[in-house]
Design a protein around this ligand. Structure first.
Ligand code: MRU
Length: 374
């Protein structure tokens, strides 16, 4: 696949090619190599998400939405029930790739509902042209809305940051983890554009080093001063007074405000509390799952042991030793100072404020104002 021009210098994690396939930036190879994989059927998208060539909750959700388009485009034959069965199978397979990030199930289910809404028309016309076009339009809408949401999160979150601050972040919740701009890094981008950010400290984020490889790459390309630390240095930098706040992303937020994010986030929240530092979570409302009442109900993805036993392909743990590799942990809501979404900033009591953000039409007659300043 030909190299693709990055939008406004930003690295683009995914792009739909009009000739009918999905192109993904291979994030496993960054920062050393900028290369792309093309997905011509949904099974290729399943593999790319599972193997983390594409990663980050909103990015995998959007990739899976295009996976649903590929499933529809790939269907051969005229049997309407068979078409919908094959879409349901693709939806199940895409959703099962990474169980923690709710954006994945959210996007796939949104796509499936779109297809179902046109089932009668398919039965009448005997073809799927309309469904296929509508699915592509829906995937584009999901991609567009993600960038819009991130820019708004950036604006709102930058308002919480004072001039001259240094911020600690974990993993990569940047342009690479979304369709563009990023959530936690979107806030840092917006605050940096206002001249507020002195420095970002990026935890390297073992086992797969998203902080060292991806966050450091994004921020340095943007000219935002960034210092990489190993995960076990977070207490040191806080104790030394080198950081003013922590800003991270999220893979799923339960109804009570418990936050699942990259493993190690919980440790940072505990440390932030001990040092009196605000701990912010940035995420689109599609990351909030009111179906999970508390973080206890969030499924935590367990990944292969080889990610821990090896670093960049080299074994660092003796053969035969047991390892644990949960990809995420849950930060209890008591440790979360604020959750910044595109619809407003939620604070305790999250059981109330998150409900308002997810269903603004039920609570606010006058738009989303009610969600600000809780
Ligand atoms: O395992 P990853 O790299 O997909 O984990 C990503 C994270 O934990 C991000 O913080 C989260 O998905 C938010 S991305 C905007």
């Amino acid at each position: 696949v030909q190299a693709h021009k990055d939008r406004e210098g930003e690295l683009e994690p995914l792009r739909w090619e009009e000739s009918g396939y999905l192109v993904l930036l291979d994030q496993r190879k960054l920062p050393g190599e900028i290369s792309y994989v093309s997905c011509e059927d949904y099974q290729a998208v399943v593999r790319a998400i599972r193997d983390m060539q594409v990663r980050g909750a909103p990015a995998i959700g959007t990739a899976a939405a295009y996976g649903m388009v590929l499933a529809a485009l790939g269907f051969r034959g005229g049997d309407v029930e068979g078409f919908y069965d094959s879409l349901a199978e693709a939806a199940d397979r895409l959703k099962s790739t990474r169980p923690t990030a709710i954006n994945l199930a959210w996007a796939v289910e949104r796509m499936f509902r779109k297809a179902l809404a046109l089932k009668r028309e398919s039965l009448e016309s005997g073809d799927f042209l309309k469904v296929k076009a509508a699915l592509l339009e829906e995937a584009h809408a999901i991609a567009r809305e993600d960038v819009e949401a991130n820019k708004r999160i950036g604006e709102l979150g930058a308002g919480l940051i004072a001039s001259g601050e240094s911020i600690l972040t974990h993993c990569n919740a940047g342009a690479l983890a979304t369709v563009g701009y990023g959530t936690a890094l979107g806030i840092l981008r917006s605050a940096a554009a206002q001249g507020k950010v002195a420095r970002v400290y990026a935890c390297e984020t073992r086992p797969l080093l998203q902080g060292a490889r991806l966050t450091a790459l994004e921020l340095s390309r943007e000219g935002i001063p960034v210092t990489v630390i190993t995960d076990n240095m977070a207490g040191y930098v806080m104790r030394k007074g080198l950081v003013n706040r922590v800003v991270v992303g999220a893979d799923r937020i339960a109804g009570n405000g418990d936050v699942a994010n990259k493993v190690g986030t919980y440790t940072l929240a505990v440390l932030a509390k001990t040092h009196g530092l605000p701990f912010y979570v940035a995420a689109p409302t599609s990351t909030i799952d009111l179906g999970c009442r508390t973080g206890e109900e969030i499924p935590i993805e367990q990944r292969p042991a080889s990610e821990v036993t090896h670093i960049c392909g080299r074994r660092v743990v003796p053969e035969g030793v047991d390892v644990l590799n949960p990809a995420f942990d849950v930060t209890p809501h008591e440790l979360v100072s604020a959750i910044i979404t595109e619809r407003g900033i939620a604070r305790e009591p999250y059981v109330e404020t998150l409900k308002r953000l997810v269903n603004p039409q039920i609570f606010d007659q006058g738009g989303h104002r009610g969600c600000q300043g809780f």
